[in-house]
Design a protein around this ligand. Sequence first.
Ligand code: HAM
Length: 425
Amino acid sequence: MEPLRAVKGMNDLLPAEAGRFQAVEAAMRRAFGLAGYGEVRTPVVEEAALFSRSIGEETDVVGKEMYVFPDRHGKSLALRPEGTAGAVRAYVEHGVGGQDPLVRWWYAGPMFRHERPQKGRYRQFHQLGAELFGAAAPEADAELVGLVHELLQRLGLRDVVLQLNSIGDDACRPVYTRSLQEYLRAHAAELCEDCRRRTEKNPLRTLDCKVPGCRAVLAGAPSVQASLCEACRGHFEAVCGHLSALGVPFETNDRLVRGLDYYTRTTFEFLAKGELGSQNTVAAGGRYDKLVEQLGGGAVPAVGFAAGIERLVLALGPPADAAPGPELFVVPLGEPAKRAALGIAQAARRTGLATEIDVRGGSVKSQLRRADRAGAAFVVVLGDQELASGRVKLKQMGTRGKGRPGDEAEVALSELSSSVRAALG
Ligand code: HAM
């Protein structure tokens, strides 16, 4: 029988890799926690309508990539392709804005998009993100973008470019959309079928098209920045001013409309150089002042971002050093010692010492070999004599410790943990 394999584009995270994900999440918790962001966890499955109503029917994410399936009652459900829609649904459902006019949330978890898998692009991937509800002011955009910058710095990701744009609001975007539509209609013959449809239904989406012919046409399309109204222009200039004052370098890109329909005004992306090739957007987001209302809440402005954890980990490159092995390795000899060893190891762990045993048993030699492979700092061999006398020999294995590899010291079994700690220095 063929062995079963993981679903294409969905990856296992073995402990070393999972550890790197945890480190990224810990940096997020720290950077955003310090700024008042609390963690929110929403379901992985939502009603499909949540995503079509927020991200937009005409987007690739909803139209081509979403995993949609009927449940046993025929209700149409979807695996979440991103975190913002669920966060907004939860914000509205729990009346959060009524309790606090300014709400800051962060999240991390798996997302699902049926894209063509390649390096940095998967069908199950992990995002961490944040959403700030209740502030329309440019200070909110600047705080959020500044925190993403801070997060990337904390992670040690220095070779990153921030691109920034404004795509206007209800007052000025329709003007831009019309001029874009006119331009697209004039070039209809050169566009792909999708873009001809988008020209009529949602012209802005043509700007995300990857088809080379369309990209060539769009290179000459009108600029969204040129049609911003005074209020949107002022907002954008203020965001830029704050970022400069914060020392966050950026460039403006008037083609940056992003692939999701809910954005208004600010959009941004952080691009990493090197490693990632075409999938080099490590973090992205923007303002969405209409989405809360659209999903049945009040008129609550909001701004947020999400980063792909796989992409951050790839961009960071391999870790400088491997995870350290156990601080103590207990090697029992004979049945009484085996029985005692489990309890001795447990007691050492209770004091916070990383402690392992080779639960397969075996000869002293093979257990010591295991201790060595595990990278143990100290070993203690436990036989009948040690159990009777209550004294054991503590041996330093490698260079972790105050002594030299091979150094031995006799210590009381009852003071094993404190002796290891003292010997570790
Ligand atoms: P997004 O640009 O669709 O935005 O995704 C954000 C990030 O998720 C991307 O920049 C990328 O790093 C990562 N990502 C997306 N798709 C994949 C994939 N197939 N494989 C690996 N990584 C991927 C959003 O999702 C918005 N919810 C961001 C946001 C939050 N806007 C406002 N608030």
